[in-house]
Design a protein around this ligand. Structure first.
Ligand SMILES: O=C(O)CCC(=O)C(=O)O
Ligand SMILES: [Fe+2]
Length: 370
């Protein structure tokens, strides 16, 4: 079992998080537990790699050795999320949708401090650079404030693609670092280039069992994997849905049927982009499908759509806190009846139609790779 944080340490974490944009909680989870999760994870991950039929590739652009490009622009080759790198949503089974991983009391202390008493866990996913993965472009996950919790399933080492962070960049503005705030920080290409040139970075050589909690606005990237083994890491995203707004407008949660419809459209884009020949067919469409999928998940407050429905049995076994974190997930038997909004459905519908047209255009006109 994990120990409860005492208040003083928690304050320490809060100060570190504000200053650096991240904290590491060492030895938060027992090694044996992580080993068991890791084993089951690799079975599911390898199965996905086989199903997707994307073959490992050699880098054409030196990404396995370095990469000074900036901004979120994945170039999926040999994987679905950059060079030999894979992203996977966690299957809805008790190994992964597990309170120790998602509602860990030490982690929630920090999260609730920043996101309020009623956060949601809206993306339950993972990143796995396989051997030969490259350096990603330097990026922010989101310009809006939210928190990513990374749970490594193996030790991070210099060789096996540790996450690299540019600390303090979560509150960066035109004059450099500023006091901590929770407003949007949308860094331009030029600002990111300046950060890479001037701000020191750090590779997170953390051990399995430790947990990295990071501000989603902080600049970071996955690095190259020069080891012989994949480097799986869970990635759980939290936010305060009540305060979620776009361009000053608070967006309420849409009905499940609308979210599911556009989740299907995003999936169609990704399938089209990936093709089935062993090589990505249309990178722009694949990236766009990934991006659109995230927008749908963010707006609907969950990545448990018609595909990753949570079973009745699992739901009944969750603590009230876990149920609250997942309150916008699809649950069998309609046990989860958190209210939804017609206005939210309308807004996601309108945004979804624009994205769908864009995707259709990309599918029709984008020059395909051979
Ligand atoms: O290698 C990793 O785990 C980081 C991946 C990442 O930052 C991303 O895909 O946004
Ligand atoms: Fe990222």
């Amino acid at each position: 079992m994990t120990q409860q944080l005492d208040k003083d340490i928690s304050v320490d974490y809060v100060e570190q998080f504000k200053r650096d944009g991240y904290v590491v909680i060492e030895n938060a989870l027992p090694k044996e537990f992580i080993e068991q999760v890791s084993q089951e994870f690799m079975v599911a991950m390898n199965d996905k790699v086989r199903r997707f039929n994307l073959k490992r590739v050699q880098s054409q652009d030196g990404r396995e050795k370095g990469n000074s490009n900036v901004q979120l622009d994945f170039r999926p080759e040999g994987g679905n999320h950059d060079l030999n790198r894979w992203n996977m949503h966690l299957p809805s089974n008790p190994t992964f949708i597990n309170e120790q991983l998602i509602a860990n009391p030490q982690v929630l202390n920090t999260i609730e401090h920043f996101l309020g008493q009623n956060p949601i866990a809206f993306i339950l996913a993972s990143d796995t650079p396989y051997p030969g993965s490259g350096f990603q472009n330097i990026h922010q996950d989101f310009p809006r404030f939210g928190i990513t919790v990374n749970i490594p399933l193996v030790d991070f080492t210099e060789e096996n693609a540790p996450i690299e962070v540019w600390f303090g960049t979560h509150t960066y503005n035109s004059t450099g670092k500023s006091e901590f705030h929770t407003r949007e920080v949308d860094l331009s290409k030029e600002q990111l280039e300046e950060i890479v040139a001037n701000v020191p970075s750090k590779r997170m050589l953390i051990k399995a069992g430790s947990i990295l909690i990071r501000d989603q606005r902080m600049v970071h990237r996955g690095t190259g994997n020069n080891s012989e083994l994949p480097r799986p890491c869970l990635s759980i995203w939290y936010k305060n849905i009540e305060e979620f707004s776009l361009m000053g407008l608070t967006i309420p949660i849409p009905h499940r049927i609308v979210a599911d419809t556009f989740a299907r459209v995003a999936l169609w884009m990704r399938r089209q982009g990936r093709g089935n020949s062993g090589k990505v067919q249309n990178q722009k469409l694949l990236n766009f499908g990934n991006f659109f999928g995230r927008v749908v998940e963010e707006m609907s407050g969950s990545d448990r759509d018609y595909r990753r429905v949570i079973s009745e049995k699992m739901w009944r076994n969750f603590s009230p806190q876990m149920q609250s974190l997942l309150r916008y997930a699809s649950v069998q038997g309609k046990l989860n009846n958190t209210p939804r909004s017609i206005i939210g459905s309308f807004i996601l519908g309108a945004i979804g139609v624009i994205f769908t047209i864009n995707g259709l255009l990309l599918s029709a006109f984008e020059i395909k790779q051979d």
